[in-house]
Design a protein around this ligand. Structure first.
Ligand SMILES: Nc1ncnc2c1ncn2[C@@H]1O[C@H](COP(=O)(O)OP(=O)(O)O)[C@@H](O)[C@H]1O
Ligand SMILES: [Mg+2]
Length: 338
């Protein structure tokens, strides 16, 4: 273990995709991730939250080295990630695992659960066959499955049980980092809380660092030590989950937080004006300015950097929140729906 080095450091990541508009349309460039920097300490969970299409999954793939960034770099445990799919990258995968949204898609329908949980151990040459069998038993118990369920096939388990099996497999090699991309989104609402609780429990027990990617702010808050809010490929606010959720600084984060229903609390919902974000048609300046209730002229010209806000040091990318310009006028009023 090195002192002074974060487990994961991503600096200025940019990932562009070419996208064709319509059948005969010309190709346009989509910047799925646009100068994203992330830092994750050992044993901590960073929540990455934002609407669908804002670049969360792409950021997750870059961090795992499944894709190379067009710009920027990722270091894991103080070393640059090896090129995607190289032998060195494959070897390193024992230390970085992932869990996706759809457990059925992640599992092989033709193989019993136990064999699939054992697979990473075999791939990385860990243990003898009998040691691996013992490890599979322990892992199944760790995720709340019974060891006798090792012989079950994915379709014989419920959705929640399948995601537990996926987790057991991801944890088999005792990874330092787990990237969970919308791990509860495909599950029944009644099961979501159980799987979230399990994630928190496992994270605390094994000290696995986690990048938790979700569009669901409440889920992110429940599991994260830190949260980063994304909008159109960029992180626009970052801080402690309670601080960001109780007192969001960025106008977009405020709208996002206000959209969480609070049963019985009523509350004001901020309805965003303007078109939903389109990464193929990125506005000038701050990407959020056409929809922002407080944007001023500077916001249309200059993209704000993510930096500590004077006063409390909250990381925020907003000229207005930084006090660089007064809140603009003449833009659509902030409409508040009941
Ligand atoms: N492989 C790809 N090829 C082309 N465009 C992509 C690809 N992956 C993602 N994108 C685009 O990049 C943007 C961000 O996508 P994604 O990272 O999946 O967002 P999120 O996970 O937040 O929903 C979207 O506009 C998406 O259409
Ligand atoms: Mg996604």
């Amino acid at each position: 273990m090195r002192a002074g080095t974060s487990l994961l450091e991503a600096d200025g990541l940019v990932r562009r995709y070419a996208m064709r508009r319509g059948v005969f349309g010309r190709e346009v460039e989509v910047r799925a991730v646009d100068r994203v920097s992330l830092r994750l300490e050992r044993g901590r969970t960073l929540g990455l939250v934002g609407e669908s299409g804002c670049g969360k999954s792409t950021a997750g793939r870059l961090v795992l080295g499944m894709e190379a960034p067009d710009e920027g770099s990722v270091s894991f445990d103080g070393k640059l990630l090896p090129p995607p799919r190289s032998a060195a990258w494959r070897a390193q995968r024992a230390r970085m695992q992932m869990v996706f949204q759809d457990p059925l898609g992640a599992l092989d329908r033709r193989l019993p659960i136990g064999a699939q949980v054992s697979e990473p151990l075999e791939i990385h040459g860990i243990g003898t066959p009998s040691e691996r069998a013992g490890r599979v038993e322990t892992l199944l118990r760790d995720v709340g499955l019974r060891p006798d369920q090792a012989t079950r096939y994915p379709h014989e388990l419920s959705g929640g049980q399948r995601q537990r099996a996926v987790l057991a497999r991801a944890l088999a090699t005792s990874p330092d980092l787990l990237v969970c991309d919308e791990p509860i989104s495909a599950l029944d609402v009644s099961i979501q809380a159980q799987v979230l609780n399990l994630l928190v429990e496992l994270q605390e027990r094994f000290g696995t660092a986690m990048l938790f990617v979700s569009h669901d702010l409440r889920a992110v808050r429940q599991v994260s030590h830190r949260v980063a809010v994304m909008y159109l490929g960029r992180i626009i606010e970052e801080g402690e989950p309670d601080a960001v959720l109780h007192d969001p600084a960025h106008p977009y984060a405020r709208a996002l937080v206000s959209s969480i229903p609070h049963p019985g609390r009523g509350g004001q919902r901020i309805v965003l004006q303007g078109d939903p974000p389109n990464p193929a048609d990125r506005p000038s300046g701050c990407s959020f300015h056409p929809r922002c209730p407080v944007a001023s002229a500077l916001c249309a010209r200059e993209s704000p950097a993510l930096k500590p806000r004077p006063g409390d040091g909250r990381l925020v990318a907003c000229h207005v929140a930084q006090g660089e310009v007064p809140a603009g006028s003449g833009l659509p009023e902030l409409r508040k729906a009941a």
